[in-house]
Design a protein around this ligand. Structure first.
Ligand code: HEM
Length: 406
């Protein structure tokens, strides 16, 4: 089995994953490689074309539920996470009927209509952040803005007290930024431990004093039995916190950077703020906050074109590459904020399609429109080094220093 043709932590890939994807898409779109994580190895396939990603996202012969191909102990060893069960029991790692049951428990809070009710509050949080930024001439847009909006919104939905939220940044960083040495691995496990014990306390508090938030509703569902086990409760809270902010921060951060790098598109948006919806869709396609989906496992031997997938193989679906497939998107390397149609796969597809998509879209639209309205002369140093977080699945900036006024 050949090794992966690229190392996702290599400077080449970090700088421009799209050039790497393009090579694979044309020369080896269903690419066999060995997935390696420290001393663990698994036979794997990297899928880079749009139609293959789309079909495989709908294919029930693949599963995100590793339990169907290996034991809990084997998986723990594979991912090297001591408390893996605390966050591997959410909807994301289950097939129907468990997936359907777990998704339905929270689905109601994330429908477009429910999310629309949050518009006023999201605008208010945004304006408060902008007011704070306006007191300085420069700011670091990720920490001061892109991060704070989604974490505040999801924390308010879940009922996480304001004073506790700052800890999440380092905990979730240790989870998202893939460790490359034993020290990093240890840090990751320590963060998971701290995060889990925090959620422990939060659940205990909601059990004794329920309020009107999502965690209380989930705790109530657990108490009624049948609906939700304790591990599912933990995993769902974990998933909502992490998915609720680690992705949208990248939509806002990567999106602003892309606009600043394309002044003609930025001017167009400033002159026509009403095109913000198609702008956000194009920024999702062009910047891909999520590069590859959750890993899928092959449940039974199957042919894919001329390739044979074996039971237990790992499938990596590069949706970021699919979103640059010239078979589907006209001039995919061009940022075009009026692109239509734009059937990108940035939120995935099929049963696991992003539950938070309406919320992410609304947060992205409000964050980018309000920022440009308040600071129309926003600039960044074109020569400054752009650093990306060393994450396997997500793509986001370490920092984005900007000048707010001319
Ligand atoms: C720009 C922001 C976002 C992007 C690009 C994004 C992307 C994705 C993708 C690609 C998936 C599918 C994963 C797979 O099939 O393996 C997914 C699933 C999910 N996302 Fe998002 N997401 C974003 C924001 C959010 C937000 C704000 C929430 C709110 C809590 C959220 C909650 C979820 C959940 C719960 C799932 C699992 C759904 C399931 O398994 O049925 N996401 N997201």
């Amino acid at each position: 089995m050949p090794k992966l043709a690229f190392d996702f932590q290599s400077p080449e890939y970090q700088k421009n994953p799209y050039a790497v994807y393009e090579k694979l898409r044309t020369s080896d779109p269903v690419h066999a490689f060995t997935f390696e994580f420290f001393d663990q190895k698994a036979p794997a396939w990297l899928i880079t074309r749009y139609n293959d990603c789309l079909q495989l996202l709908k294919d029930a012969r693949l599963t995100t539920d590793y339990r169907q191909v290996m034991s809990e102990a084997e998986m723990k060893k594979f991912v090297q996470i001591d408390q893996f069960e605390s966050f591997s029991n959410s909807m994301l790692n289950h097939d129907p009927p468990d997936h359907t049951r777990l998704r339905l428990l929270v689905h109601q809070a994330f429908t477009p209509r429910m999310v629309e009710n949050l518009r006023f509050r999201i605008e208010e949080i945004t304006q408060n952040l902008l007011d704070r930024m306006a007191q300085q001439k420069t700011c670091e847009l990720i920490a001061d803005y892109a991060y704070l909006l989604p974490i505040t919104v999801i924390s308010e939905m879940l009922g996480i007290p304001e004073q506790d939220r700052s800890q999440f940044r380092s905990w979730s960083k240790a989870l998202i930024d893939t460790p490359s040495d034993p020290d990093g691995l240890q840090k990751m496990n320590a963060s998971i431990q701290a995060f889990t014990s925090y959620i422990d306390d939060l659940i205990a508090e909601r059990r004794s004093k329920p309020t009107h938030d999502l965690i209380s509703a989930l705790v109530q569902a657990e108490a009624e039995g049948e609906k939700l086990s304790e591990e599912e409760l933990y995993s769902t809270i974990f998933l909502l916190i992490i998915a609720g902010h680690e992705t949208t921060v990248n939509l806002i951060g990567n999106g602003i950077l892309a606009l600043l790098q394309h002044p003609e598109q930025l001017d167009r948006l400033k002159q026509h703020p009403e095109i913000i919806q198609s702008t956000i869709e194009e920024l999702l396609r062009y910047t891909n906050p999520v590069q590859v989906t959750e890993q899928r496992w092959v449940k039974e031997d199957m042919m894919w074109g001329e390739k044979q997938f074996k039971q237990g193989d790992l499938i990596v679906l590069a949706i970021a590459s699919a979103n640059y497939d010239p078979e589907i998107f006209y001039q995919p390397n061009r940022l075009d904020i009026t692109r239509t149609p734009n059937k990108h796969l940035a939120f995935g597809y099929g049963i696991h399609t992003c539950l938070g998509a309406p919320l992410a879209r609304l947060e992205g639209q409000i964050a980018i429109s309000a920022l440009l309205k308040r600071f129309p002369n926003l600039t960044f140093n074109q020569n400054a080094e752009i650093k990306w977080r060393p994450s396997m699945g997500l793509r986001g900036l370490v920092a984005l220093p900007v000048s707010l006024f001319d």
